[in-house]
Design a protein around this ligand. Sequence first.
Ligand SMILES: Nc1ncnc2c1ncn2[C@@H]1O[C@H](COP(=O)(O)OP(=O)(O)OP(=O)(O)O)[C@@H](O)[C@H]1O
Length: 204
Amino acid sequence: MIEIKNVIKRFENGVEVLGGISVQIPERKRTVLFGPSGCGKTTLLRILAGLETATAGEISFPASYKISFMFQRDSLFDPVCVFENIAYGIDQRTLCRDRLTKRVHSLAALVGVESILMQKTESLSGGQRQRVSLARALMKEPDLLLIDEGFNSLDRKTKNELIDKLIQLQEEKKFTLLYVTHDIQEARRIGQNFIEFKKEEATD
Ligand SMILES: Nc1ncnc2c1ncn2[C@@H]1O[C@H](COP(=O)(O)OP(=O)(O)OP(=O)(O)O)[C@@H](O)[C@H]1O
């Protein structure tokens, strides 16, 4: 269980979000996080990812947890190709080049970017960038995968296809998924567990 207890985030400009929330996220399940715009969903994911620190409260999960994330604004490195972007962050001392190549190819096939592996990411469409970002996030074999409105640039049919693949992989690997979305259809498709932030936690 990932325990989030009494968490508050106060930014330097005085904006305060999360309102001391306490929630539990079951491990090895797919949890969907809902809530009004501005209530702090992205902020909570950034805290879990270690990109922000909470001003108050506690978050606990196993110290050995590997965490991957996929945010609305991707962090692809445009001067290099899709292959290198997917492989980014993998320690090549622990995984030989052959196995790394195999894993990149299999994930690229899963998300549908195998034919563009040698293209630089600067030339990709928004939807292709999201597919590459998902493959990169999965490459790390995370225990916890955080996705913040990750598939917004995709049309409904493609979105559903990719979501079904994500679900299939989550069923196989049993990582914990925390998924933020405003899209009710997407939420229903993905979620096994739902957390709704209340209005009081919003500042606007
Ligand atoms: N680095 C920052 N400095 C100051 N304020 C910030 C910072 N990051 C976020 N905020 C503010 O905190 C509030 C919560 O933002 P956050 O992005 O976490 O909300 P959200 O629930 O994910 O919203 P949305 O559903 O619109 O994506 C917003 O008012 C935002 O402007």
